[in-house]
Design a protein around this ligand. Structure first.
Ligand SMILES: CC(C)(COP(=O)(O)OP(=O)(O)OC[C@H]1O[C@@H](n2cnc3c(N)ncnc32)[C@H](O)[C@@H]1OP(=O)(O)O)[C@@H](O)C(=O)NCCC(=O)NCCS
Length: 348
């Protein structure tokens, strides 16, 4: 039976460290509040005019390809997951193809926010298992810092997010290892609860809960109106408590789904790599599943929430630290805007 294995993994973390105290200089917040509610101590920001979601993804990809022992010429498909693309369109997939100087291979963009890497992994897994591709390059990258509201009004969102990228090269294997299964879910009934609706093509049909309706757009009206700018309605919106409540239910549910599919228990896991949404969410998931500290990987303290990039960054870091060895059972899980959530269970 053909399975998909992670043949190489890499990460790229931008150099600029932004501490909680740095944020107190531009908004009304405190190191104590941020650490207590989220666990975050600092995050990294990309260098404006130098780094983008695409360039950071490409840097992570170079490391992943080198570790997999492949070159750009060997890659036969690109998948790029992000919620902070360089352009509204085209997506980062083609920009990465150009940046890395790759052949005219297919490039697919995944827009599943925090679950983007898990969704992308699942798509890649199907392509590999059917024999369609032999070397898929999957990048997940984010530059939140270019689009956050740094005034006090945006503090509940802005303190959480950070920049970074992770990448993997996926290959087929006949060995008893690799991705065992992936499990994907969504519930769009609360899509706006964690969203960035503008600029968007909804033409005023939708608005976020507790926010004034967006003005209805006539044909030929501007894509971004002065009213949107005046109301600062061009930033990510989040009802934090609503996200929190749903996340602590769906994370354990989808992790258990992955485990029970293979008649496994949480105690069988070498490592759980949860999407780094909030340290309190990870801790509640750990408690619910009765996992030991050494079974859960957390690095949100250093990087904040890097949405699609958080799982591959945490996976890469755990691997670099020697916490993952061949044959180990690993579960990756994510939950985020959409809502979308998912898990992947694999033997390293
Ligand atoms: C965002 C989050 C940290 C907020 O924590 P919370 O305990 O739920 O706090 P609330 O949103 O209820 O706000 C509590 C108070 O803190 C204030 N506050 C919000 N952000 C703040 C900040 N950065 N600094 C200081 N005070 C802040 C609020 O204004 C509110 O003040 P009020 O009581 O005077 O109105 C928390 O809801 C959370 O982590 N949710 C999940 C978010 C998440 O994981 N998102 C990513 C999903 S992928």
């Amino acid at each position: 039976m053909i399975r998909t294995k992670i043949a190489g993994i890499g990460m790229y973390i931008p150099g600029d460290v932004v501490s909680n105290t740095d944020l107190t200089k531009v908004m009304d917040t405190s190191d104590e509040w941020i650490q207590e509610r989220t666990g975050i101590k600092e995050r990294r920001y990309a260098r404006r005019f130098e780094e983008t979601t695409t360039t950071m993804g490409a840097e992570a990809a170079k490391i992943a390809m080198q570790r997999a022992g492949v070159t750009t010429g060997d890659i036969d498909f690109i998948i790029f997951a992000t919620l902070t693309p360089d352009y509204y369109f085209p997506g980062c997939g083609v920009l990465a193809q150009r940046t890395l100087g790759m052949k005219e291979i297919g490039a697919l963009d995944i827009r599943n926010q925090c679950s983007g890497f898990i969704y992308a992994l699942s798509v890649a897994d199907q392509f590999i298992k059917t024999g369609m591709y032999k070397n898929i390059l999957l990048m997940a990258s984010e530059t939140h810092s270019y689009g956050l509201d740094f005034s006090t009004r945006g503090r509940n969102v802005t303190v959480i997010f950070g920049d970074g990228a992770g990448a993997v090269v996926l290959q087929p294997t006949n060995e008893d290892r690799g991705i065992m299964s992936t499990h994907l879910h969504s519930d769009g009934s609360e899509a706006e609860v964690l969203s960035m609706m503008n600029p968007g093509f909804h033409a005023g049909k939708f608005s976020a809960p507790n926010k004034p309706a967006v003005p209805k757009q006539p044909y030929g009206g501007l894509f971004i109106t002065q009213e949107l700018l005046d109301k600062d309605d061009i930033y990510p919106y989040m009802d934090g408590p609503a996200v929190f409540k749903k996340a602590v239910i769906k994370f354990p549910e989808v992790i258990m789904e992955a485990l029970t599919t293979h008649n496994l228990q949480p105690s069988d896991l070498k490592l759980l790599i949860p999407h780094q949404a909030n340290l309190r969410i990870s801790q509640m998931v750990q408690q619910k599943l009765r996992l030991r500290d050494d079974q859960v990987s957390n690095n949100i303290q250093k990087y904040g929430n890097t949405t699609a990039a958080s799982v591959p960054i945490a996976l890469c870091e755990a691997w670099e630290m020697g916490k993952i060895k061949e044959g180990d059972l690993i579960c990756l899980a994510a939950f985020g805007s959409g809502f979308t959530w998912g898990s992947a269970i694999l033997r390293w």
